[in-house]
Write a protein that binds this ligand. Structure first.
Ligand code: GLP
Length: 245
């Protein structure tokens, strides 16, 4: 694991964007694994700024997103498809035909998960997978469990995740209860993994996942086994491991 200590959220976002920008420059048709949630928003803003200044070209980039809520259309303002369009895709010269996200409206869970795994396998995994970290240590929507799930799967979201995501919906009851998520195997297939974490709310998860034992109850901990894993975290997210650095 490579740890990059950042000062604050803005610093995390700049550092992460620089790594992604380097990936695009080195391989213009690279496959980016992309994440949603509030953590990567600043990173996306930085990438948009680099595109606008003429420093980045997304025209050949392909993408594969981590997850999607089951039951939300791609035009629902809380769907991850909508999130990706409004936070990145609509602002850069990416060909959205090359952007892959699980289809939350496919009622055939088995078929959708198999289709998505075929997309990931067709790429041979992402060149660079960007991740956030759930406050309970989840990556994508791979929740704490008794085993790591390898393939894309339909997950029942934990109470903690529904609570954490309720802020984005009108009421808690509006938060979908299920999601399709890339499995741990799909994430680990990426050639490089980059996780961004900021704020006190992530301090315990950062400690459990990256400074403790590897276990499915702390899903992000599997990344300790990835040969090219970079954690970019700010001072608050690292506040519980200061003595270990
Ligand atoms: C959601 C997403 C995750 C994300 C997590 C953390 O549950 N499925 O991919 O990492 O939220 O979100 P945030 O960055 O808003 O803390």
């Amino acid at each position: 694991m490579r740890l990059i200590c950042a000062k604050d959220y803005a610093d995390v976002s700049r550092k992460a964007a620089n790594i992604i920008a380097a990936q695009i420059q080195l391989k213009p048709d690279c496959v980016l694994g992309l994440a949603t949630g509030s953590s990567p928003v600043g990173t996306y803003k930085e990438l948009i700024a680099m595109y606008e200044s003429g420093d980045l070209d997304f025209s050949k980039v392909r993408t594969v997103n981590l997850d999607e809520y089951v039951g939300l259309t791609k035009d629902h303002d809380q769907s991850y498809a909508y999130f990706m369009r409004t936070n990145l895709f609509d602002h850069v010269n990416i060909d959205q035909a090359n952007c892959n996200i699980p289809n939350g409206m496919n009622p055939d869970a088995e078929g959708e998960c198999a289709r998505y795994d075929a997309v990931i396998d067709g790429f041979g995994g992402a060149d660079l997978q960007l991740l956030g970290l759930g406050p309970n240590g989840h990556i994508g929507f791979n929740e704490p469990a008794d085993a790591f799930v390898k393939n894309t799967n339909k997950v029942e979201l934990t109470k903690a995740t529904i609570d954490a995501n309720a802020r984005f919906f009108a009421t808690r009851d509006d938060v979908p209860k299920y999601a399709y998520t890339m499995g741990i195997g799909g994430i680990m297939k990426a050639k490089r993994v980059l996780l961004v974490a900021n704020g006190k709310g992530k301090a315990q998860a950062v400690k459990d996942c990256f400074f403790g034992p590897i276990k499915p109850q702390a899903p992000g901990s599997i990344l300790q086994l990835h040969p090219d894993f970079t954690l970019v975290a700010d001072e608050e997210a690292l506040s519980l491991v200061k003595d270990l650095l």
